[in-house]
Design a protein around this ligand. Structure first.
Ligand code: NDP
Length: 252
């Protein structure tokens, strides 16, 4: 077919909701075969069924990305069932703000385990395929979901913002390493997006601040970020956009 992403094999982490789900749908609609990774198997299966009904190709792979062994097993299945992955949308993440004085080391750890360790696990599991695909097809993509939190300052978000600063700066450095191997590395930095991300927030003050933001302006939809990821992937092989920031028009 002449769909823009025909013959591409995309792996999406955090595909069971929000930005990952919307991106899986859009990449599939543009012709990519998609591997769907997250923990909730039922949600992944529903999404895979929906994509296949529309004529797409999808593989649901329930996996906890904090577990490197499961990710390596998932990578083998992608290779065997869809072919060599040439796009990783490394997107699973969690936002659990709390005041530092509360010493919620459990919330600190969950954010570090997923946003940093989980992200690196996926890079470890899929980079060999990205490099092989790039040598074969001329280009591959590693797109990491960061946030405006990578550079922004928000009280009670120290660990989350730190984890996203890691994602953005690690991406810049990995780009220097993988670019010469034809693997484009990009960080996507969204402002506020309507998704399940906010539903996990337990801090009252932060929930109030979020409710005010949602009331004050129209926040982004997950599909807006999906469009940005497809835009990155559809560039000619010589073009790598290292960072793309997407803001709600009304968010300052
Ligand atoms: P959601 O909560 O809707 O999506 C998070 C996804 O991550 C879910 O699919 C969830 O699935 C998955 N996930 C959570 N834990 C794990 C795990 N251990 N292993 C595998 N998958 C896991 O939020 P968003 O779509 O908004 O978030 C996606 C990314 O976007 C995150 O990195 C977030 O930080 C970032 N972001 C979001 C913004 C926003 O305002 N929404 C703004 C800027 C950045 P499951 O529970 O089934 O495992």
């Amino acid at each position: 077919t002449n769909l823009p992403l025909a013959n591409r094999v995309a792996v999406i982490t955090g595909a069971s909701s929000g930005i990952g789900e919307a991106t899986a749908e859009l990449l599939a609609e543009r012709g990519a075969a998609v591997a769907l990774l997250a923990r909730r198997a039922d949600r992944l299966k529903d999404l895979a069924d929906r994509i296949e009904k529309l004529g797409g190709t999808a593989l649901a792979l329930p996996v906890d990305v904090t577990d490197l062994d499961s990710l390596n097993a998932a990578a083998e299945r992608v290779q065997a069932e869809l072919g060599t992955a040439d796009l990783l949308f490394n997107n699973a993440g969690v936002m659990l703000p709390s005041g530092v004085n509360e010493l919620r080391t459990d919330l600190w750890q969950r954010q570090i385990d997923l946003n940093i360790t989980g992200l690196m696990n996926a890079i470890g599991a899929f980079t060999p395929q990205l490099v092989a695909a790039a040598a074969d097809k001329g280009v591959a993509d590693l797109v990491n979901t960061s946030s405006i939190a990578a550079t922004g300052v928000f009280p009670k978000f120290a660990v989350y913002t730190g984890s996203k600063a890691f994602v953005s700066h690690m991406s810049r450095n990995l780009r220097a390493e993988l670019g010469p191997q034809r693997v484009r590395v990009s960080a996507v930095e969204p402002g506020i997006v309507r998704s399940e991300l906010q539903a996990h927030v337990t801090d009252d003050g932060v929930n109030e601040w979020l409710a005010e933001a949602f009331a004050a302006y129209e926040v982004l939809e997950s599909s807006d970020i999906a469009e940005a990821v497809a835009f990155l992937a559809q560039q000619p092989a010589r073009v790598n956009i290292p960072e793309i920031t997407v803001m709600p028009t009304g968010q300052v």
